[in-house]
Design a protein around this ligand. Structure first.
Ligand SMILES: Cc1cc2nc3c(=O)[nH]c(=O)nc-3n(C[C@H](O)[C@H](O)[C@H](O)COP(=O)(O)OP(=O)(O)OC[C@H]3O[C@@H](n4cnc5c(N)ncnc54)[C@H](O)[C@@H]3O)c2cc1C
Length: 405
């Protein structure tokens, strides 16, 4: 294999590139990225990066020895010619890594107005930050991780914030008890939390109101639409390799001969899911699976069987989770202390499959071990735990749109 193309200059793609070089691949490496930026860390975008510009770049891009083709999205994949299409250009490859992540779900057509923002990339965060300076009355729509974090960060800046969520905040990702704690945190910090679904927005030349399906209206100078996210697979249309649910990766780590996929866009049969497929929308997974994709391309490795783990931040509290915490698990608070410190366990068919906690960092390594042990027989007998299609922010079943909303 002399030429490898990576489509998607995010964490998964970058991690794949680094692992290829680490394994001794010294051929041509081309990284094609839709954004004009080299790989950067996305998690701060809904957190500290809204407070002020900081350097989010991932170290090591200069040393990768790659040709960076940034600022233009891949528009197609020609499987016969084995080439990625970027407009008129065709970039030939012997090996390919698909790492195009997700895009934020947009508003229904005709309802977008100036003052309505999405939050997926660095430029989105910059646009949002420019607006914040005018101290607008802000409505965040979507009570998943991104909506919840954004509401907390903007409230921390002293803005008037209303958080509108179709379901109780964080509930489908982390269960009713943890969702209730998150919601209480928002209220205590002065965020108005409303359960409801957005019907649309209106205003003269700029957003002025958010309309709810129940007929209610909320005044807004700024709206952050954190409505969920969907896999970036448009460019693969006609190839049979991707659909609205991502790109299916086989047990050998490959999508097709010489083609691997990783990160938020990738779906694969996880042994802990007894052949059912799963997609993980978390940072740690993008890094690990990117490296796994590189190993798969260079030949023969075992299945990818990570234990999901992720973190989130709310009002200075770091929330951590390990394993499966989605809606089809039974959740139970096993510790709750002042200051919104808590620990919740998640069980599936009576078996411990996940934990989420804030303020109990020291207990996490032991839990991780316990969960891995509890799930080990599941992997062997292939009698899976939660029927969760997406671990997003997890998110999820936990559902695909949890992190984003
Ligand atoms: C605001 C925010 C906060 C988050 N916070 C957390 C957190 O606290 N904890 C956590 O665990 N996870 C968090 N995440 C999730 C985490 O950042 C993602 O799981 C991770 O970035 C996924 O990496 P990826 O490389 O798969 O996808 P991405 O990071 O989305 O990268 C994909 C790249 O591919 C590019 N691309 C798309 N289509 C094309 C195309 N056709 N051609 C070329 N390039 C293309 C995109 O522009 C993008 O640059 C957060 C995500 C967001 C958006």
């Amino acid at each position: 294999m002399r030429r490898i193309a990576i489509v998607g200059a995010g964490l998964a793609g970058f991690s794949a590139g680094q692992e290829l070089r680490r394994l001794g691949f010294d051929g041509d490496l081309t990284v094609i990225g839709a954004e004009p930026h080299r790989p950067y860390r996305r998690p701060p975008l809904s957190k500290e990066h809204l407070l002020g510009e900081s350097d989010l770049s991932l170290r090591g891009a200069d040393e990768l020895g790659a040709a960076w083709r940034l600022g233009r999205a891949a528009t197609g994949l020609d499987l016969e010619r084995r080439a990625v299409l970027v407009g008129e250009a065709a970039i030939g490859f012997d090996g390919l890594v698909i790492a195009t992540g997700l895009r934020a779900k947009s508003l229904p057509e005709g309802t977008a107005l100036p003052g309505v923002h999405f939050l997926r990339g660095l430029d989105d965060a910059r646009g949002l930050r420019r607006e914040i300076e005018a101290r607008p009355r802000t409505v965040v729509v979507g009570g998943g991780f991104i909506g919840s974090e954004t509401a907390a960060t903007l409230r921390g800046l002293g803005l008037e914030v209303t958080l509108i969520s179709g379901r109780p905040v964080l509930r489908s990702a982390l269960g009713a008890e943890v969702g209730a704690i998150a919601e209480a945190m928002h209220r205590e910090h002065g965020v108005e939390v409303r359960t409801g679904r957005m019907a649309g927005v209106s205003g003269t030349g700029r957003v002025e109101r958010v309309h709810l399906q129940d007929g209610g209206t909320v005044t807004a100078d700024l709206v952050v639409a954190a409505l969920g996210a969907e896999p970036e697979t448009e460019w693969l249309r006609g190839t049979g390799l991707g659909d609205g649910d991502g790109v299916m990766v086989g047990a050998d780590g490959l999508v097709a001969p010489g083609i691997a996929a990783a990160g938020d866009v990738a779906r694969w049969p996880h042994p802990l899911h007894s052949g059912r497929t799963l997609r993980i929308e978390h940072y740690a997974n993008a890094a690990e699976q990117g490296a796994h994709a590189a190993r798969a391309l260079l030949g023969g490795i075992g299945p990818y069987t990570p234990l999901p783990n992720f973190w989130s931040h709310l009002y200075g509290r770091r929330l951590q989770a390990v394993g499966f915490t989605g809606a089809d698990c039974e959740s139970r608070l096993v510790a709750q202390e002042p200051g919104h410190r808590f620990m919740a366990e998640y069980r599936h068919r009576g078996r411990l499959v996940g934990v989420a906690a804030a303020g109990f960092a020291r207990a996490m390594p032991e839990y991780r071990q316990r969960i891995a042990q509890a799930l080990a027989p599941v992997a062997e007998t292939a009698e899976g735990p939660p029927d969760t299609g997406v671990v997003s922010g997890g998110p999820t079943s936990q559902r695909a749109d949890e992190r984003a909303g």
